[in-house]
Design a protein around this ligand. Sequence first.
Ligand code: S3P
Length: 438
Amino acid sequence: MKFIVKGGLEKTGLHGSIRVPGDKSISHRSIMFGSLAEGSSHISGFLEGEDSLNTLRAFQAMGVEIEGPVDGRVTIHGVGMHGLNAPEKAIDLGNSGTSMRLLAGLLAGQAFDVELSGDVSLSKRPMKRVTEPLLQMGARVETAEGGRPPLKITGNQSLHGFSYRMPMASAQVKSCCLLAGLYAQGKTCVTEPAITRDHTERMLKAFACDVEIENSTACVTGPAKLIAADIDVPADISSAAFFMVGASIADDSDIVLQHVGINPTRTGIINILKLMGADITTFNQTEVGGEPVADIRVKSAKLKGIHVPEGLVPLAIDEFPAIFVAAACAEGQTIVTGAEELRVKESDRIQVMADGLQALGVETRVTDDGMIIQGGNGFGAGTVHSHDDHRIAMAFAMASLRASGDILIEDCDNVNTSFPDFAGLAATCGLAIEVIDD
Ligand code: S3P
C-alpha cells in the first residue's frame, strides 16, 4: 500500500473534533490480564489494529474464549493464572514487539513449551534485553542467532523473584520482568534508569494485584492472581500525536482530539511541542480504569527549534517520527540526543526519518543517539520510504500540510498495526490521502 498526499495546494489546516483509535499499550495489556484473570472482563475502546489483534489471537490459540472485537468491545472469559493451554503451533506475533516481549515474561512461567515468532521487522529486533533477566529468574528461553526472534520458551521451570536494574529505559522490559514475577516465588523488583510508561503497574492494580512502587522501582510478589476488571481504553496519545503535529504546522488549524490518554508517562509529546511554541490545551479531564484522559485542543502555531530535554525522550519515545516533522517546520535548529532506542524500533527511526526528510529537502545530521534538524523551510515534493514502519508513514503524511508538492509514501501497509483507517479519519479533518493498493 502507498499513500499519495497532495502538497502545494492552498491548505486550510486541520479542523473538527475526532477520536483516534484506542491505546495500543493498554489494549495489549487488557487482553493479557483479562485472559489470566478469574472471571470475565469487558473491554471498550479496544484498538482493532493488527498488533493488538495479534495479542488477542495468541490468547485464543492458548484456549481463551474471547468475544469480539465489535466496535471496540471485547469480552474475555479469563482462565486464571494456570488455565492457558499449549498452542498447537508457534505463535506468530506479526509486527508487534510489545506482544513478543510481554508474552515472553508471561509464558516463561507456564507449564508448556511455546515458540514466539514475528514478521521480517520483528525478527530483526533485539530480544536479549528480555531473555537475559528471564534467565536470571530461572526461566529457559532461547533466541535465534544474535539474540533475535524466534523465542523458544521451555515450560515447567520454577521461577524465583529477583531485583533487576534495567540497562535501558524500556517499559517492555520492565513489564516482561513484572509479568514473569507474577509466576515467581517471592518478590520481583525492577528499577528503571528513566521513567517509562507505567500501564502495566496501573492495570495490574485494576485487576486486584498488588504492585509496590517506590521512586523508580516497581515490585510484585508471586505467586499472584488477577481478578477480572472492566477496562475503558482511552484514545492513543501516540496516534493523536500525528494530528497534534499536523494541526501545529498547518495554517488555520483548530482541532479537538477526544478522550485521549494523558498518563504522565506518555505526555512527552505535549511537553515537547509546547516547548517548541505549540498552542495545545487539555480540558474535560477525567480518569478511566486508573488512567487519566482528556480532550486536547490544538491550533496552528509558529514553532521554534529546541534542544529536546533528554528526560522527555522516554516519555515521547514513539512520537519522534512526528516530532522530526514538527522540527522541520520550526524556525532554527532542533537537536535530539539520548534517543538511541529509536534505532531498534519497528525501523531504525533515526536513519529512516533522516533519509525521508532529506528526500524532501530538509537539512539533517544524524548522530548515534539522535538527529540535528535545520528547520523553517517546510518540505519539497518527493518520495519517501517508511520501511514498513507505521509511524514513519503517518508522520510523512502530516508533512504534506507544509509541502510545496506531492509526497509519495511507500510501504504503508503497517499503518494498520496501530491506526486502522488513518486515511479515512484524516480526510474528515481536512487531510486527503490517496491510498493506492499495490
Ligand atoms: C511499549 C513500550 C515502548 C514503546 C512501544 C510500546 C509498551 O517500547 O516503544 O511502542 O507498550 O510497553 P520500549 O519500552 O521498549 O521503549
